[in-house]
Write a protein that binds this ligand. Structure first.
Ligand code: ZN
Length: 494
């Protein structure tokens, strides 16, 4: 809802400006000795670290809840038994969650002589030199096999590069990259991860990340709806998260907006039905002029044809005006536009999850994947961080996030990869097999925004008798591209 606030993060950049985090040039001053010490760590490895817990159904379920991933191969034993996996598997993008340390730091459990974990000395060196803030910038997963409940994962981590000091949009900092190998209880490699983070000095960037610097004007409240005795049931419903459509008890006719008396049969006996909130765009208009400070622009007025057969006027949010089409599926998004007022707004509908897996003959290079909106709420950000066992304060504590130079909490990279793989799985079907997933982060996902995924097929070929497909995916929010990703998939050949 707060587009003006997001745009305040990167003044002068168009909404489609791409990934400011990794556009930088060398500043190269007085960091030589630190750089030398950092570079000495390149090639250092940890001794294998064993995960605290086995791969387990409860953690898988928790992850699927947080990501909204409904692939039954992850949670439904009966379906999974008949799937290509022959039993329950963990979502592949969970690869690095199993070995996360957890909320209370504790010594890592290792299988040999203990040595400091690969990243730790570099992190503390950078912290001491003032590079106290951290963001993940990119990640690549390679999957050798899917994990199953009962697997016990160990990791072995090596530092593969540390960059010179660079000026980035977020601040002056160093990028460093690790390669992690994951093995199972039989010492077989199950996957690998290349992971790059930026450690930077808060307040040294060219974007004003602190809330004070953004000079957010107090927003005028939206006009209040006139609530009468006849419409109170509707607004009470909105407050409870329900869309109530008035229904005549005499002739069953639906009315919206609510009426005092049925227009069809004249009855005063009026009740309501609960709408699914699903419908299609019947008509739409962009409101250009005059502009009022209580609305966010662009402002799309929409007439929605609800599934139940009645129509209602609302606003369409989280979508660029040029992307709106007549007949497009939309869904209800009850949003608190200010602390006292929630409104029934609509957004583009999430495309249905494919239940019959795509086959090679069903697709060709250049095919577009249906766009999918992901509401970025504080709940989504926090649930994703907790499901991935990432307890860094910037992902759940607004005050601490501000102290570290961010206007608010923001989504962690594991949630981004979980949502990206959900989008691809929903498009491909439950029997898709991921071979790899590469994630590159651009602008952060802050709360009260919508990220919309889109994607396309880059490659489709038969290799060694297997159907191999490469897709590229983009997730864009109101400030720009949050994520660009590619994945190599295996699909049934016939
Ligand atoms: Zn009637």
């Amino acid at each position: 809802m707060s587009h003006h606030r997001h745009l305040g993060v990167i003044p002068g950049k168009s909404p489609n400006h791409r990934a400011p985090i990794v556009s930088q040039e060398q500043s190269g001053t007085q960091a030589a000795t630190l750089l030398e010490r950092l570079r000495e760590t390149v090639g250092n490895s940890t001794t294998p670290h064993i995960s605290r817990d086995e791969v387990s159904q409860p953690m898988i379920r928790h992850w699927c809840d947080a990501m909204g991933d409904h692939n039954p191969a992850y949670t439904d034993p009966e379906f999974a038994a008949g799937s290509i996996h022959g039993g329950i598997v963990a979502p592949p993008s969970m690869l690095d969650t199993w070995s996360m340390i957890g909320l209370a730091p504790r010594p890592r459990q290792t299988s040999g002589t203990s040595k400091p974990a690969g990243m730790v000395p570099v992190i503390s060196m950078l912290d001491k030199a003032g590079f106290t803030s951290v963001v993940a910038t990119n990640m690549r997963h390679e999957y050798c096999r899917y994990l199953r409940p009962g697997d016990r994962i160990s990791l072995f981590q090596t530092i593969i590069s540390v960059s010179e000091e660079k000026q980035t949009a977020l601040g002056v900092g160093h990028f460093f990259t690790t390669m992690t190998e994951f093995t199972d209880q039989n010492d077989e490699t199950v996957g690998r991860m290349e992971f790059c983070i930026l450690k930077f000095k808060p307040g040294t960037g060219n974007i004003p990340m602190s809330a004070d610097a953004m000079d957010i004007p107090a927003k005028m409240p939206r006009p209040r709806p006139a609530i009468s005795r006849d419409t109170k049931f509707f607004w009470d419903g909105i407050d409870q998260g329900e869309l109530r459509i008035q229904q005549c008890q005499g002739c069953q006719t639906l009315h919206h907006p609510p009426m005092v008396r049925c227009a069809s049969c004249g009855s005063y006996d009026l009740g309501y039905v609960l709408s699914t909130g699903k419908g299609t765009v019947y008509s739409t208009a962009e409101v250009h002029h005059p502009q009022f400070p209580m609305f966010d622009y662009p402002l799309m007025a929409v007439l929605v044809e609800l599934e139940e057969g009645t129509r209602m006027i609302s606003n369409l949010v989280g979508i660029a005006p040029e992307e709106v089409e007549i007949g497009m599926p939309v869904e209800l998004a009850i949003e608190a536009v200010d602390p006292e007022l929630s409104l029934p707004l609509f957004r583009r509908a999430r495309p249905p999850r494919r239940t019959e897996t795509l086959r090679m003959g069903d697709l060709k290079v250049g095919d577009q994947m249906a766009p999918c909106p992901v509401p970025i709420t504080p709940t989504q950000i926090v649930a994703g961080a907790v499901a991935s066992r990432d307890f860094q304060d910037v992902h759940h504590d607004p005050a601490k996030a501000k102290k570290r130079g961010s206007p608010s909490i923001f989504m962690n990279i594991m949630t981004t990869s979980g949502l990206t793989s959900r989008y691809i799985t929903d498009w491909a079907g439950p029997n898709v097999i991921f071979r790899d997933l590469s994630i590159r982060l651009g602008v952060p996902n802050f709360p009260d925004d919508t990220m919309t995924f889109s994607g396309q097929v880059n490659k489709a070929e038969i290799r060694d008798g297997k159907g191999i497909v490469e897709v590229s995916v983009r997730g864009a929010n109101s400030i720009g591209d949050h994520v660009t990703a590619t994945a190599e998939l295996e699909l049934p050949t016939s």
